[in-house]
Design a binder for this molecule. Structure first.
Ligand SMILES: [Zn+2]
Length: 228
């Protein structure tokens, strides 16, 4: 935990995150049972530890906005669909953010997965994108690797800042956060009429994955309401 709080000083357990979201809803006269939820987090199955954050919400959520890296690849069409699923008297919650692994010895960008002896990359998409930029590989957004092409593009655009940082993995994760937030806010803003008068709570932050036999953490960076 010390390795984590040195970088992410506000990292909290997933049960604290769940309590915070419940409190935020109750302070606004809503209950989790009135809400559907969505996520814009990376497809990596390691992030399924977050499913328990939404276990009190209505319906078989979450709606998955995120592809690899957590960018909201479902776009405006996905947001329109999600909005049309909100209960009549209810609201919606979207949890978003990039993820970064940290091993027991404090190595960022790696995590030990169940059944493996050696740690592997987390987030594999962001780190592969970073390695592509560093290798000077040409951007190639192809139909059979479309999402990773977009991740590569974002990292090319931000590499001048990333390379100045003390830790490129942590800086790449920050780039991921900023890009997910920007794209999600743009998608919601462009499709606000889909919500009608129903409120939407957006909760963003950094997902910190630990080795498989330890609990994951979340550092909250953004709590914002639409239609409130
Ligand atoms: Zn990932």
């Amino acid at each position: 935990m010390q390795h984590i709080t040195k970088v992410y000083s506000k990292a909290e357990s997933l049960s604290s995150l769940k309590e915070m979201i419940t409190k935020e809803l109750k302070d606004n006269n809503l209950n989790p049972a009135d809400c559907i939820w969505g996520t814009s987090i990376c497809s990596d199955e390691i992030n399924n530890s977050f499913l328990k954050v939404g276990e009190d919400f209505k319906g078989p959520g979450p709606f998955f906005f995120g592809g690899i890296s957590g960018l909201p690849f479902t776009g405006k069409t996905g947001f329109g669909a999600f909005s049309s699923h909100i209960p009549d008297e209810g609201a919606a919650v979207i949890l978003y953010g990039p993820h970064v692994g940290v091993t027991k010895d404090g190595t960022f960008g790696k995590v030990l997965r169940e059944g493996q002896e050696e740690p592997s990359s987390s987030c594999g998409s962001l780190i592969a994108g970073l390695n592509n930029v560093k290798a000077g590989n040409v951007l190639n957004i192809s139909h059979n690797d479309y999402q990773q092409g977009q991740v590569h593009k974002v990292l090319i655009e931000n590499y001048d800042d990333i390379k100045k940082a003390d830790n490129e993995i942590i800086a790449t994760t920050e780039t991921g956060f900023n890009q997910i937030k920007r794209e999600l806010t743009d998608i919601i803003g462009a499709g606000l009429e889909n919500l009608g008068t129903k409120p939407l709570l957006l909760v963003g932050g950094i997902i910190i994955n630990t080795d498989w036999d330890q609990d994951d953490y979340f550092e909250i960076r953004d709590i914002s309401w639409f239609n409130k």
